[in-house]
Design a protein around this ligand. Structure first.
Ligand SMILES: [Mn+2]
Length: 242
């Protein structure tokens, strides 16, 4: 059976009264492309509904989006912090912690990677260039499918298994990043300026986070589909078979 993968979304506000779920299509079309069953998890307020959905999916993908409220890692608001949507933060932090308790396989991308770190007690740079001297511009002014910086991958990591190389060229659409990596997470990738671009859990069977957006590149750089394929293949080999 194809593995079922829950994918988080956000809420967009169009012209009133139109508002509702939004997630970039490359996340779910990428999962579909490599043989997974993508399921968008609605941003409802009932924890019970989130938990029953998480019970049933084989894996979870936390997607990109707005900044995480620094309150959730014990800091006040830096002036350069961007758009916030704390309701989504609350629900996703709850969902991530619940999924980790179940040891459900998890993939976090960009904000999703930051969220996993915060859920485990880590912290973030609220604005990389304001708070960390010598850093590159990680909020690139280039199309989504174009790489702008290198990412160095630690050998003997899941990410190395994915790409089978220690250096890849990626896009970069974040102005925040992991500052203190949570206990139980191990850094697996960094940009040439030292910004953390990937980690995995040492406490869970499968938990990976990446700071770049492979899903935003796969149409023109098929090798970027390798992460989704690795996740789906992993779930297919170990997950629920019915
Ligand atoms: Mn970056």
């Amino acid at each position: 059976m194809k593995p079922l993968i829950g994918i988080t979304c956000t809420k967009v506000f169009l012209n009133p009264p139109y508002q509702g779920a939004f997630v970039r299509d490359e996340y779910y079309t990428g999962i579909a492309k490599v043989g997974g069953l993508p399921l968008i998890i609605p941003l409802v307020e009932e924890e019970e509904i989130w938990q029953r959905i998480i019970d049933r999916v084989d894996g979870l993908m936390f997607t990109g989006g707005a900044d995480i409220h620094p309150h959730f890692y014990g800091e006040g608001l830096h002036p350069q912090t961007g758009e916030l949507y704390p309701f989504r933060d609350r629900m996703e932090l709850m969902a991530a912690r619940y999924a980790m308790e179940l040891d459900k396989p998890i993939l976090g991308i960009c904000r999703g990677c930051q969220l996993l770190n915060v859920a485990k007690g880590g912290s973030l740079y609220q604005d990389i260039n304001a708070q960390r001297e010598g850093s590159y511009l990680h909020a690139q002014n280039a199309p989504r499918n174009e790489g702008t910086h290198y990412v160095n991958i630690v050998k003997d990591s899941r990410l190395y298994d994915v790409f089978d190389t220690d250096r890849i060229f990626t896009n970069s659409f974040h102005h925040q990043a992991v500052k203190t990596l949570a206990t139980g997470l191990r850094q697996t990738a960094q940009a040439d300026d030292g910004i953390i671009e990937g980690f995995e859990s040492t406490e869970h069977t499968f938990l990976m986070g990446v700071q770049f957006h492979p899903e935003g590149m796969w149409h023109t750089h098929p090798e970027m589909l390798k992460l989704a394929r690795y996740f789906v293949d992993y779930l297919g080999s170990t997950g629920r078979k019915a």
